[in-house]
Design a binder for this molecule. Sequence first.
Ligand SMILES: CC(=O)N[C@H]1[C@@H](OP(=O)(O)OP(=O)(O)OC[C@H]2O[C@@H](n3ccc(=O)[nH]c3=O)[C@H](O)[C@@H]2O)O[C@H](CO)[C@@H](O)[C@@H]1O
Ligand SMILES: C=C(OP(=O)(O)O)C(=O)O
Length: 418
Amino acid sequence: MDSIIINGGNALHGEVTTGGSKNAALPLLFATLLADGEFRFDNVPGLVDIDSTVLLLEHLGARCERDGGTMIVHAKPCEEQVAPYDIVRKMRASILCLGPLVARYGQAEVSLPGGCAIGSRPVNFHIEALRQMGAEIEIENGYIHATAKRLQGTCIVFENVTVGGTENLMLAAVLAEGKTVLENAAKEPEIVDLADCLRAMGAKIEGDGSSVITIEGVESLHACAHRVVPDRIEAGTLLIAGAITGGDVTVKDCVPGHLDALLRRMTECGFEIETGEDWMRVLPCERWTAVDIATSPYPGFPTDLQAQFMALMTVANGTSVITERIFENRFMHVQELVRMGADITPKTQVAIVRGRPGGLSGAPVMATDLRASASLILAGLATEDETIVNRIYHLDRGYEKLEQKLAGLGANIERRSG
Ligand SMILES: CC(=O)N[C@H]1[C@@H](OP(=O)(O)OP(=O)(O)OC[C@H]2O[C@@H](n3ccc(=O)[nH]c3=O)[C@H](O)[C@@H]2O)O[C@H](CO)[C@@H](O)[C@@H]1O
Ligand SMILES: C=C(OP(=O)(O)O)C(=O)O
């Protein structure tokens, strides 16, 4: 199993580019189940989760070709609408094939995704909403069995904001009969990116980016070309990497407007941040002040940056209260940060981080999930000695060549295969 070795202590300097968004690319690729023909996607990140999606699409009859950041999907009619356990268990977002399959073919069998390190992560909102559109859904032998004559447009009010649920229902409603209104919908930039792509396929969608999305179903859709939106979580992680080392880092090819919540908090900490249309820069800062964060749906502070921000707070001046409101178990990085000298008291959904400027030391640590991996690497950069981050396969789900990007900024970091 690969690990990442970091010899901390270097202030990072220079420019680094952001790749395409994992969380946008996944639903976009599942949108190809809605039409036949040749789709072209640019700015597709090279990630294990993208490989898992390709595996599932190819299982469902498509052929995918990749050349750098470009992915061509030759979409064909799907003969057997089955998403098997062996593929779904690799990636929870596989559930996003349910909406398009049942909308287009009137049936689907999709393995129920399990929980993961950050929580139980049920898909009851997806299932309930599809039932409201007329789908008959049974759960048997670990599979969701869905059938429908033609899905019927209706008004769906999500009990809680759900990114995947909103996406699955958008992917279903575009081919339903009549108008679907999604209320309390997610507003994430990835939702807007999906809506843009679906519109390019001929769908009629309004309101994406707000909490009410209206979709007028159409009879059929066609293939299109689309460029994946930049990954705001990768961009935020790279900016924090510059900040935590007291460095001067410019993150290019990103959308700073998608990171308002992070940039506001970092500015409150005392960091000087400059932004342009598609870049942002953190300037050198020797000491920063602790601030509190509480995660919430977009445009709130993203849960996917909570672990990385916590690393920054472990070496801040003062005490920070970090509240995780999206997932019930997203503090798995705390114990590993503590092994590196951090002073953190975790409670149920709150962690009290008593900052210790210059107080971290390198250690062998274990990554438990994707963003926890990033958090431990950031903490490693802030020490003066060696950190070994084990179980790095989580990182490869969501960051393309993170160690190479950080090394390009002057970090002493390498991957060791083993
Ligand atoms: C591939 C992808 O885009 N993943 C992102 C997506 O995950 P994902 O789409 O899985 O997250 P959701 O927004 O659906 O989940 C939010 C909360 O709602 C709960 N819930 C969700 C659905 C449901 O049917 N029932 C239910 O109870 C979840 O357990 C969680 O507590 O949004 C999360 C929240 O921004 C991000 O952390 C993930 O990186
Ligand atoms: C939790 C994440 O992803 P997923 O929903 O794919 O597990 C993430 O990107 O941080």
